[in-house]
Design a protein around this ligand. Structure first.
Ligand code: XMP
Length: 513
């Protein structure tokens, strides 16, 4: 295995992900407890992450010295490189020119085991830099093996001890060969075989959940989405009927979704499930509410109320299970430690644990969306469910700008189902990150047969994305959108005009509210 020592970078889990992609097991430990983690894991290699601190400050984080004495290969990334340099006798300074941020190029000066078989001497390669400090004297035993314009020590190596330092971030997407470098470190430098799979993640997590929960009862809130469903199935596999699921159906789901979840849990998995039909409560509370944040807050609060009331009825649960993913974790942590701006109040059952005084079970906390899908497949969840596009917690309410009514939800469900059916039929579903319809509070004039219509406008949206943080508009083949527009206007009463949303994120967001 590989131990990843976390110095607080926002992208530490991306390093873990790259190591998993290389088929190698890894664990992330904060720098404060890295020595204990090392003793426990006895890893074949260590990666030191980046971080927001400055090595030049006296009280900034350090790596446990024992890591450098353990005789295993070490890769230091950005802050990790600097900390290694400082601790082994080199020197780090604040860059006089303010640092390097963004795309940069490194030039390979010497061969090195870190990029053996990936990069050749004399080549130039794109990397992603983000640093204000830099190494200005390397420790004894090290040599510079690649340089960049702003960093004479872009890559340094001590081949005898198998210590490597890179100033750039190989874990991010913008370093095109980064994944290969990390895989090369894990397999060829650390000598790991690369046969670790999601099946092993599954058994490791099951053991962990059993250990954490013991004989206590666990309650899990299902939203209808993939994340909470995968978490519930995994936990059920670990502790069986100590788990009870509560599916709060707010009536704002897509066509057929509630039936699918209930059928799957009760039928295929035989997981104890309480299905709470709370449509009436949600819709009556949403009457007259038009402000997007007010909708989101009402739905979040009501979800908690309903869930809490059900949990009290069930009684005796000590743990609350949630399908929190890594991107949910980072979105709530600000990089600078200062307050970050709330663009939208995300609904992920936040607030529940404090209110209910329960301990959390969050087995998906280190995974990314596509890894959760892979785990879901591993657990035998149907492909059609696991591969579904993401769906926001507040549901259709935030796809109906203006007032949300039962009638408008029904119109939107029908139109959305036609749009998605056409997308599936055209074989485009998996090429799209998210596609959905939005029912606008705008009416326009149309003509149908010999009559005048005065009905709502429907907007269609489809985007591609890697993680939902940024998104590009999906370009449909020429005849696709006109065909969908015709079907929707013909088949859905209440819609007489269809438009397509061409906005990328940023500056737009994916959802309209
Ligand atoms: P935005 O609209 O912020 O959405 O660009 C980014 C991604 O997040 C989803 N989304 C949510 N997911 N609870 C969720 O679980 C929410 O409150 C929520 N709001 C937006 C959105 O569908 C997209 O995939």
């Amino acid at each position: 295995s590989i131990l990843i020592v976390d110095f607080g970078s926002q992208v530490t889990q991306l390093i873990a992900r790259r190591v998993r992609e290389a088929g190698v097991y890894s664990e992330v430990a904060p720098f404060q407890s890295a020595a204990e983690a090392f003793e426990r894991m006895r890893p074949a290699g260590v990666i030191l992450s980046g971080g927001p601190a400055s090595v030049t400050l006296e009280n900034s984080p350090r790596a446990p010295q024992m890591l450098f004495d353990a005789g295993v290969p070490i890769l230091g990334i950005c802050y990790g490189q600097q900390v290694m340099s400082a601790q082994l006798g080199g020197n780090v300074v604040i860059s006089g020119d303010g640092g390097e941020f963004g795309k940069a190029f490194v030039e390979v000066k010497q061969p090195c085991a870190l990029f053996d078989g990936v990069w050749e001497q004399g080549e130039r390669h794109q990397v992603w830099m983000s640093h204000g400090d830099k190494v200005d004297a390397i420790p004894p035993g090290f040599e510079p093996v690649a340089v960049s314009e702003g960093a004479p020590f872009a890559i340094v190596a001590d081949e005898a001890r198998r210590f490597y330092g890179v100033q750039f971030h190989p874990e991010v997407y913008h370093t095109p060969d980064g994944a290969k470098l990390i895989a090369n470190f894990a397999r060829n430098v650390c000598g790991l075989t690369g046969d670790w799979t999601m099946a092993e993640f599954r058994s490791a997590k099951i053991a962990e959940i059993r250990e954490q929960v013991g004989s206590a009862r666990v309650i899990c809130g299902l939203s209808g989405g993939v994340d909470s469903a995968v978490a519930a199935v995994l936990i059920h596999e670990a502790i069986g009927d100590q788990l009870t699921c509560v599916f709060v159906d707010h009536g704002l789901l897509r066509a057929g979704e509630a039936e699918q979840v209930v059928g799957m849990f009760r039928g295929a998995y035989n997981i104890p499930l309480v299905h709470v039909d709370a449509e009436e409560q949600f819709l009556s509370g949403l009457a007259g509410v038009t402000d997007p944040e007010a909708k989101r807050k009402f739905i979040g609060r009501t979800f908690i109320d309903v869930f809490d009331a059900e949990a009290k009825k069930i009684g005796g649960a000590e743990f609350l299970a949630q399908g929190t993913l890594y991107p949910d974790v980072i979105e709530s942590v600000s990089f600078t430690g200062g307050p970050s701006v709330t663009i939208k109040s995300h609904h992920n059952v936040g607030g529940l644990p404090e209110r209910m005084n329960m301990k959390l079970v969050e087995p998906l906390r280190e995974l990314f969306k596509d890894e959760v899908r892979e785990l879901g497949r591993e657990l035998g969840l149907p492909d059609i469910f696991v591969g579904r596009h993401p769906f926001p917690g507040p549901g259709l309410a935030i796809r109906i700008p203006g007032e949300v009514t039962k009638e408008r939800c029904d119109i939107l469900r029908k139109a959305d189902a036609i749009y998605l059916e056409e997308i599936r039929n055209a074989g485009l579903y998996d090429a799209i990150w998210q596609a959905f319809a939005v029912l606008l509070p705008v009416r326009t004039v149309g003509v149908m047969g010999d009559g005048r219509t005065y009905d709502s406008v429907l907007a269609l949206r489809a985007v591609t994305s890697v993680d939902g943080m940024t998104a590009e508009v999906f370009g449909f083949p020429g005849d696709f959108l006109p065909r969908v527009a015709t079907r929707i206007v013909n088949e859905v009463r209440g819609v007489n005009r269809v438009v397509y949303d061409y906005t990328s994120k940023p500056p737009g967001t994916i959802e309209w509210e």
